[in-house]
Design a protein around this ligand. Structure first.
Ligand code: C5P
Length: 223
């Protein structure tokens, strides 16, 4: 069995990270949550009152930052300049601002190099918006995961409840729809299904069913 790269893209709340994490664990691969990296940068931009609309300022901020994804017993931890920000990057103010930050091409160019290096050793499951199109265009397996916006909002709501974050389904639905629109319509590496990606609709699938579908595809590609 050869080590492969698995790229999982799709809109917010499609279940990508949960499923990617399970698949990576089963395959004993490295899991890389690229959304967490954009979230960490957004947190730093807000903390430092950096102009979120400034292409240059956001790129400079990333150059001055260290963002690390560290495997831990209770899942992956996200370190921003050495500080564990894993919980804080999920707060609503980060979700509300991350698409603005993520739209800047100059910053994305740096981010893609970082992500590409992280995946260089193979045996990786990476999730995001542009993995199959920009970060790992040579990935042996590309999956584009989606679900209806109603179902995605419901999942985020449950997720938030578990994390102790207050939210409403209606508000989450609006927030997710707006984020998808911004991510899909931006010029730099927009959210789009790669031509050679397999579409996986998870609306009626459980987490395990979605993970099994990906593991089945992976074993075909690894053979
Ligand atoms: O995956 P998650 O929802 O945490 O991603 C947060 C945001 O980060 C996305 O809405 C998008 O704006 C940005 N992102 C991106 N490219 C990626 C991963 C995430 O632009 N590869």
């Amino acid at each position: 069995m050869k080590n492969i790269q698995i790229a999982i893209d799709g809109p917010a709340g499609a279940g990508k990270s949960t499923v990617a994490k399970i698949a990576a664990e089963k395959l004993q691969y490295t899991y890389i949550d690229t959304g967490a990296m954009y979230r960490a940068l957004t947190l730093k931009a807000l903390r430092t009152s950096t102009d979120l609309d400034s292409e240059q300022a956001i790129a400079d901020l990333l150059k001055d930052s260290t963002i690390e994804l560290v495997p831990a017993e209770n899942g992956q931890r996200v370190l921003l300049d050495g500080e564990d920000v894993s919980e804080e990057i999920r707060f609503p103010n980060i979700s509300a601002n991350v698409s603005k930050v993520a739209a800047h091409a100059a910053m994305r160019a740096i981010m893609v190099v970082l992500q590409h290096d992280m995946a260089a050793r193979g045996g990786v499951v990476m999730d995001g918006r542009d993995i199959g199109t920009a970060v790992l265009p040579q990935a042996e397996l590309k999956v584009f995961m989606s679900a209806t916006v109603e179902e995605r909002a419901r999942r985020r709501f449950e997720d938030n409840n578990k994390r102790g974050i207050e939210s409403s389904i209606e508000q989450l639905q609006q927030e997710i729809a707006l984020r998808d629109k911004m991510d899909s319509e931006r010029e730099a590496s927009p959210l789009v299904q790669a031509e050679d990606a397999i579409f996986l609709d998870t609306t009626t699938l459980s987490i395990d069913e979605a993970a099994d579908a990906i593991l089945k595809l992976a074993s075909e590609r690894m053979a």
